[in-house]
Design a protein around this ligand. Structure first.
Ligand code: FAD
Ligand code: NAD
Length: 467
């Protein structure tokens, strides 16, 4: 048979695109080279990292906060194999859920490496050495990304690792050097710092999370230093040498010749990810990639070949699961003749440390650079009753609004459950609300969300109520 649509890659971009295509009545196939569906996100990304973040946070709270809550524990210890086993069980349940969704939506799943023969024919090379050919009208490339591991860092998957291996360490390391103070470095650094590892983060830029609002970097730096994490910003790693049991990392100050060495159990390389198009046969159909190896697409996420689209980490933009999902839906609806829309400015970014960091819209740095006149309102969690009750007083909410119209232009949060709280800001910004609109909405008391209302009040008229 000839499929209407074939999706290559089953991450959050690919499987969501396939479901939406099927919902729209298109006969759909999906190809995944691994045995399990779900891509990076479900197998070695979002879901397993959050499982370990939650487990390690429970341990950290039990160790550091329970006594103050009036709960005494004895013989508290980490059972790392059990922690990993639970994480694996969560991954298994979640990936099996995608199998169910494929069946429910009558999507045909092919396991094997997909590659173009021509624009309407895809070869699937299977693990047993056999090949199968799929005929299709349209193709959606959703092949995702892989960690960047420069040869100079001698990535050996044993002592010099990426996030994939860092999710499966079965003994709590005594120490870990993390190259890169971005999202992965800070999330996985938090996991191991909470479990008792000595963590060093080496970041090339002047601050961690260099693309997020400066206040968020400052707040999170403070919080993670309390956790014991050591930061080396404006530093770079020059060499990484590993033996079977340890690693020596040479670090150089960015703007001088000064160097020092760190001897450590593991070196985690977390300096970004690259688009993955290996052996995809893009050359067979004449689809170009850009300077970063990403598939080039137009405003409809269509490549230069009519009928071949690309979504998610393999194209430009933030490497986020929910961005990939939005693009999956967008392409499916485009193929079905609809006119969907994505506002990339309103895709939130979240870092699942504790406190969590969450943001949407423009940063203060971006507004300054664009010469936009803006007002800023801030509210600290330490002034919030709910935060004091839960002993989660670190962080703040900042609302940036247009100085003339009061329209909310950006919201930046560091604090408890801000990953969930940011949805309110996204919704308001989708409807182009003003800071005053946000400040006049009733927020349940006592909740963390009151910090957003207070920051909106501070942005509108500098009249927060509780500070
Ligand atoms: P992927 O999820 O990478 O999926 C691509 C799939 O295509 C893979 O399964 C791959 O095997 C398959 N494939 C590739 N080539 C072929 C081929 N030729 N034939 C067949 N199959 C092929 N994002 C968030 O939004 N929130 C988070 O909390 C978060 N946490 C993360 C934590 C970690 C440790 C990592 C590494 C990433 C995290 N991300 C998070 C990022 C998120 O995982 C990615 O943005 C998302 O998975 C991208 O989805 P995708 O569908 O584009 O690609
Ligand atoms: P990143 O881009 O978030 O951070 C990489 C960091 O490494 C940057 O701060 C960069 O300045 C620094 N860096 C780069 N080269 C360096 C060098 N040679 N020496 C020192 N520092 C260097 O990348 P990541 O943390 O690897 O994550 C990859 C992708 O996965 C990101 O795009 C992210 O969006 C996604 N992800 C998202 C989440 C989430 O949404 N919570 C979680 C994990 C990963």
């Amino acid at each position: 048979m000839k499929y209407d649509v074939t999706v290559i890659g089953s991450g959050p971009g690919g499987y969501v695109a396939a479901i939406r295509c099927a919902q729209l009545g298109l006969t759909t196939a999906i190809i995944e080279k691994y045995n399990t569906l779900g891509g990076t996100c479900l197998n070695v990304g979002c879901i397993p990292s959050k499982a370990l973040l939650d487990s390690s946070e429970h341990y950290h709270n039990a160790k550091e906060k329970f006594t103050e809550h009036g709960i005494d524990l004895t013989n508290l210890k980490v059972n790392m194999p059990q922690m990993i086993q639970r994480k694996n069980a969560v991954v298994e349940q979640t990936t099996k859920g995608i199998d169910f969704l494929m069946k429910k939506n009558k999507i045909t799943v092919f396991h094997g490496h997909g590659s173009f023969i021509d624009a309407n024919t895809i070869n699937v090379a299977k693990a047993d050495g056999s090949n199968e050919t799929i005929e299709t009208n349209k193709v959606i490339i959703a092949t995702g990304s892989k960690p960047i591991a420069p040869a100079a860092f001698n990535y050996d998957k044993n002592r010099v690792i990426t996030s994939t291996e860092a999710l499966n360490i079965e003994d709590v390391p005594k120490s870990m050097v993390i190259i890169g103070g971005g999202v992965i470095g800070l999330e996985l650094g938090s996991v191991y710092a909470r479990l008792g590892s000595e963590i060093h983060v080496v970041e090339y830029m002047d601050r961690i999370l260099p693309t997020m609002d400066k206040d968020c970097s400052k707040e999170l730096t403070r919080a993670m230093k309390k956790l014991g994490v050591k930061f080396h910003v404006k530093h770079m790693v020059t060499t990484v040498k590993a033996n079977k049991k340890s690693v020596t990392v040479e670090v150089q100050k960015r703007d001088s010749e000064d160097t020092f060495k760190l001897n450590t159990d593991y070196c985690l390389v977390a300096i970004g990810r690259r688009a993955y198009t290996d052996k995809l046969g893009l050359d067979k159909v004449g689809i170009p990639t850009d300077e970063k190896g990403r598939v080039e697409v137009d405003a409809h996420l269509q490549t230069n070949v009519p009928g071949i689209y690309a979504i998610g980490d393999v194209i430009k933009g933030a490497m986020l699961a929910h961005k990939a999902e939005e693009e999956g839906v967008f392409v499916a609806e485009t193929i079905a003749g609809q006119k969907p829309h994505i506002d990339y400015n309103l895709i939130p970014g979240v870092v699942y440390t504790w406190p969590e960091v969450a943001a949407v819209g423009k940063t203060e740095e971006q507004l300054k650079e664009a010469g936009v006149a803006y007002k800023s309102g801030k509210f600290p969690f330490k002034a919030l009753g709910r935060a004091r009750a839960s002993m989660d007083t670190q962080g703040m909410v900042k609302v940036l609004a247009d100085a003339n119209t009061d329209e909310i232009l950006g919201v930046h949060m560091v604090g408890p459950r801000t990953a969930d709280m940011i949805a309110e800001a996204v919704a308001l910004m989708e409807f182009r609300a003003s800071a005053e609109d946000a400040s006049r909405m009733s927020h349940a008391h006592p909740t963390y969300t009151e910090a957003f209302k207070e920051a909106a009040l501070a942005a509108t008229e500098d009249r927060a109520l509780h500070i």
